[in-house]
Write a protein that binds this ligand. Structure first.
Ligand code: FAD
Length: 318
C-alpha cells in the first residue's frame, strides 16, 4: 500500500522505523534481531537505507597503496525482499540514491522494486562518500533528488528513458523525500532549502521524512515554514534516541543538528553509557508523546543498528 493511502486510512498516529543494512560479511539474522522485537507494536512501514560505494586504500606487501572500490553496506534490495516475505503486513520503503547511479541504473533499480511489489520509495541524493569533499554525481546520473523524483514520476506515467518503448507499464510508486528541520548542511539558509524541497514535491514527491531532531519546536517551526511555502504533503518526523555520551558531539557534526542544552546537561551528569541510553529513551518518550498529541501521522525512528531503545519508546507510547 502507498504510504499516503496508509496515512489517509488511519485516524491515529502510527510508527515506522529505518534499518541500516549490516556491514558486509553479516547475516540476515542481524536484521531480524533488530526488527523482531518491534513487530508486536505493529509498525506501518520499514525503511531500508542505501549506501554508495566508497574508495578505500589497502596497503600491498610492497608497501604501495592499492585503490579499491567497496560497498560496505550492500543489500538494500534483498533486505527489502526479505522483509516483505517475512512480515507481509508491513510496507517496505527502500531508499534510492542519486550517488553511484546513472539514470539507466536508476531505471533498472526501479524495475526491480516494481517486480518485487514495492509501492514506496524514499528518493535521496545521498551523501558524498567519506573520502570525497563534495557530492559528485555519476556520469548521466542525478545531481539532486528533485530530478530523481522526476524520473520516478515519469515511470509512473509510463515514460521510460527509451522514448521509443511502446505500451509501457505505468508504475505506481509513492515517492518520499528528505526534509531538514534544522536545514541541510550545504544550504546557505532555510529559505534556500525550502525552495528546493518544494521542487521535490512539485516533481511528484508525496511525503517527507525529516532528519532527526531533539527539540520538537524545530519540527513544528519547520512544518509551519513548509506550509507557508505551499508544501502540503504529510511531514513525518524522524527521531533517534540518544545512545551514548559520544553522540552529543558526533550527531551535530554528522547531521547538522542541535542537541538542546537541557539534554546535554542531563547526559553529562550520567555516570556511564547505560545511563545515557536510559536518558535517551526517556527523552524519546517525551518527544514522541508531544508529537503524537500534535497529530503527526507517523513517528519514524532511526534504529542505527539497535532497536531496544525504540522498543521501550513505542511500548510506552503506543
Ligand atoms: P537534495 O534534495 O538534492 O538536497 C541536497 C542539497 O542541495 C540541499 O542543501 C538542497 O537545498 C540543495 N538542492 C536541492 N536541489 C537542488 C538543485 N536542484 N539545485 C541546487 N541545489 C539543490 N543518505 C544515504 O546515502 N543513504 C540513505 O539511505 C539515506 N537516508 C536518509 C533518510 C532520511 C530520512 C534523511 C533525512 C536523510 C537520509 N540520507 C541518506 C542522507 C541524505 O542523502 C543527505 O542528507 C544528502 O546530503 C542530501 O540528500 P537529499 O535527498 O536531501 O538531497
Amino acid at each position: 500500500m502507498r504510504i499516503t493511502d496508509l496515512i489517509l486510512k488511519s485516524n491515529k498516529t502510527r510508527f515506522s522505523f529505518e534499518l541500516l543494512p549490516p556491514l558486509r560479511g553479516n547475516n540476515i539474522t542481524h536484521i531480524y534481531r533488530i526488527t523482531d522485537p518491534l513487530m508486536e507494536f505493529n509498525p506501518s512501514f520499514i525503511n531500508v537505507t542505501y549506501h554508495q560505494e566508497e574508495v578505500v586504500y589497502k596497503k600491498r606487501e610492497n608497501g604501495l597503496l592499492e585503490k579499491k572500490t567497496v560497498r560496505k553496506r550492500p543489500g538494500t534490495v534483498a533486505i527489502s525482499a526479505a522483509i516483505k516475505y517475512k512480515y507481509p503486513s508491513v510496507e517496505v520503503v527502500p531508499h534510492l540514491i542519486c550517488g553511484g547511479f546513472s539514470k539507466e541504473e536508476t531505471e533498472y533499480a526501479l524495475i526491480d522494486f516494481h517486480y518485487l511489489g514495492i509501492d514506496n520509495i524514499l528518493a535521496l541524493r545521498g551523501d558524498a562518500p567519506k573520502n570525497q569533499r563534495h557530492f559528485i554525481p555519476e556520469k548521466n546520473g542525478h545531481a539532486h533528488a528533485d530530478t530523481l523524483v522526476a524520473q520516478i514520476t515519469a515511470m509512473n506515467q509510463g515514460r521510460y528513458l527509451d522514448e521509443e518503448l511502446q505500451g509501457t507499464f505505468h508504475t505506481n510508486f509513492c515517492v518520499g523525500v528528505a526534509g531538514y528541520p534544522e536545514k541541510h548542511i550545504e544550504s546557505p539558509n532555510q529559505a534556500y532549502d525550502l525552495r528546493f524541497l518544494k521542487e521535490k514535491i512539485d516533481a511528484g514527491a508525496e511525503f517527507i521524512i525529516t532528519q532527526m531532531f531533539f527539540d520538537n519546536q524545530r519540527y513544528f517551526d519547520f512544518v509551519s515554514a513548509c506550509r507557508n511555502e505551499g508544501i502540503t504533503v504529510p511531514i513525518i518526523p524522524g527521531l533517534k534516541p540518544l545512545c551514548s555520551l559520544r553522540e552529543i558531539n558526533v550527531l551535530p557534526q554528522v547531521f547538522n543538528i542541535d542537541i538542546p542544552e537541557s539534554l546535554v546537561r542531563e547526559a553529562l551528569k550520567c555516570k556511564n553509557n547505560e545511563e545515557v541510553f536510559r536518558l535517551g529513551v526517556e527523552w524519546g518518550i517525551a518527544q514522541s508523546k508531544e508529537l503524537m498529541q500534535s497529530g503527526v501521522p507517523v513517528l519514524h525512528y532511526f534504529t542505527v543498528g539497535i532497536s531496544e531503545n525504540i522498543r521501550q519508546i513505542v511500548k510506552a507510547v503506543f
